[in-house]
Design a protein. Structure first.
Length: 84
């Protein structure tokens, strides 16, 4: 009897609404634009910003063998780099 009552009460409760967090870019690179130089906070080569969207930045760079690479990084992982 207790088990049936518990299941009935549990079934009456509605789950909380699932709302995704807002897609706002973090403040770290809000002012970066295509053509700006950035680098990973953990180190590595200079990369050129080619595009950005909510919280992410598309970058290109040349690897040590001279091949063009392209990746998308979260803005939290990048820092602005001053041009030489």
């Amino acid at each position: 009897m207790f088990k049936d009552r518990f299941n009935t009460l549990r079934d009456r409760r509605e789950p909380p609404p699932l709302t995704p967090p807002p897609l706002t870019p973090p403040p770290s690179l809000l002012d970066c634009k295509p053509g700006d130089l950035v680098c990973l906070k953990s180190g590595g080569r200079s990369m050129t910003v080619v595009d950005r969207a909510a919280g992410y930045v598309d970058c290109v760079w040349f690897d040590p063998e001279g091949h063009l690479q392209e990746r998308t990084f979260p803005t939290e992982a990048l820092s602005e780099q001053m041009p030489f």
